[in-house]
Design a protein around this ligand. Sequence first.
Ligand SMILES: Nc1ncnc2c1ncn2[C@@H]1O[C@H](COP(=O)(O)OP(=O)(O)OP(=O)(O)O)[C@@H](O)[C@H]1O
Ligand SMILES: [Mg+2]
Length: 276
Amino acid sequence: MIHFEDVCFSYDPNEKAPFIHNLSFSIKKGEWVAIIGPNGSGKSTLGKLMNGLLMPDSGTIKVKGLNPVCAEERWHIRRIVGMVFQNPENQLVGNTVLDDVAFGLENLGVPREEMLPIIRSCLEKVGLWAYREQEPHHLSGGQKQRLAIASVLAMQPEVLILDEATSMLEPVGRKEVLSLVKTLHQEGMTVVTITHDMDEAVQAERVVLFSKGELVADGPAQDVLNQADLLRAHRLQLPFVVEVKEALQKQGLPLSANIYTKEELVEALWRLSQKT
Ligand SMILES: Nc1ncnc2c1ncn2[C@@H]1O[C@H](COP(=O)(O)OP(=O)(O)OP(=O)(O)O)[C@@H](O)[C@H]1O
Ligand SMILES: [Mg+2]
């Protein structure tokens, strides 16, 4: 779906070495990839390169075979790859929830009579159809982000990039958005979540660790997130379950390395308690 080959990119053309240097990697159709890394490591830059908001200085980026360097193909890429950002307030444009989703469709010149079924299906998908006449600013944080996702879904994207889209939300809103993302992924959407939250990253199938514009680790989520030393070396937290497991192992509890979820940890502790 998305291919990077020897991609170099700098914000400052006078820099001696490009910030992103010869990056090659791919994201397959239907994958859920989490991109993690410390502040300033280039995660958002990578997201913007994926949806044609930024252009590579050299190397090739292809999205479904389209090249963002070609202006016409770039417009297709921006529709294929939808992006949701951190602050929901900055992404709301309509006076009502319904208008907000209509905005992008109007820009595309979709006839009015074709708009309503699309808007309805997107708002139903994110659970906000009942709120269609409300002002977006009266919604909760989680609802606002779900509205931002609905507006992106109206463009019928095949890839959804969420750039720290849950980081400003309370736990309830965060859960709402993550459960929606999970459903969209199950329905076939290719998902890229850029996140500092390792408990969010652990939900992806694959985790890519980025540092100083370089890809440092790339593999199944559980393999990458189980490498405590690697994560700590990049100033990242461990997923909560991995942290607890590690602490209990240090105390001498014989816990298997293959424990990543709360349910697996509870099960293992329960079994151990039955043995004593
Ligand atoms: N518009 C810009 N102009 C110039 N430099 C920029 C711009 N945006 C980002 N940078 C620089 O590029 C580097 C990578 O930034 P980027 O925003 O991609 O990192 P990030 O991993 O998303 O960080 P964070 O975790 O803080 O969101 C940083 O050094 C940043 O200062
Ligand atoms: Mg960022």
